[in-house]
Design a protein around this ligand. Structure first.
Ligand SMILES: [Zn+2]
Length: 117
């Protein structure tokens, strides 16, 4: 039975991957999937400084074809992209299952007629 693992590098820089949630049976398997998907191979050179963390709350999304709502990522304090402008920030507002930065959130909350100007 696969379970959810959050894999990330706290000190990722440049074009290094920030992180990913991977469904795997063991921590080792999760790490290997992570390495293969990002680097095309596995080995200690890719896993240095990488953190693997079980996220039991996300286990149920395996059945939902791995579509994890952004709200779940916020719960584990990951940064997510704004659904309006794509900007990644620490401050987010949730509207339904969408995530918005403060500017987009204010815009989304405007009455419809005000948006069409
Ligand atoms: Zn935005």
């Amino acid at each position: 039975m696969s379970r959810a693992y959050a894999i990330y590098k706290p000190e990722a820089r440049g074009d290094e991957p920030n992180g990913e949630v991977i469904f795997a049976t063991t921590e080792t398997d999760a790490l290997e999937q992570y390495c293969i998907s990002w680097f095309g191979g596995s080995g200690e050179e890719f896993t240095e400084g990488v953190v693997v963390q079980r996220v039991p709350a996300m286990d149920k999304y395996l059945a939902a074809q791995n579509t994890i709502p952004k709200s779940e990522y916020l719960k584990i304090r990951w940064q997510v992209e704004c659904d309006g402008c794509g900007f990644t920030d620490d401050d987010h507002e949730l509207l339904g299952d969408k995530v918005f930065c403060q500017d987009c959130y204010d815009f989304e909350r405007l009455p419809t007629q005000d948006k069409e100007q």
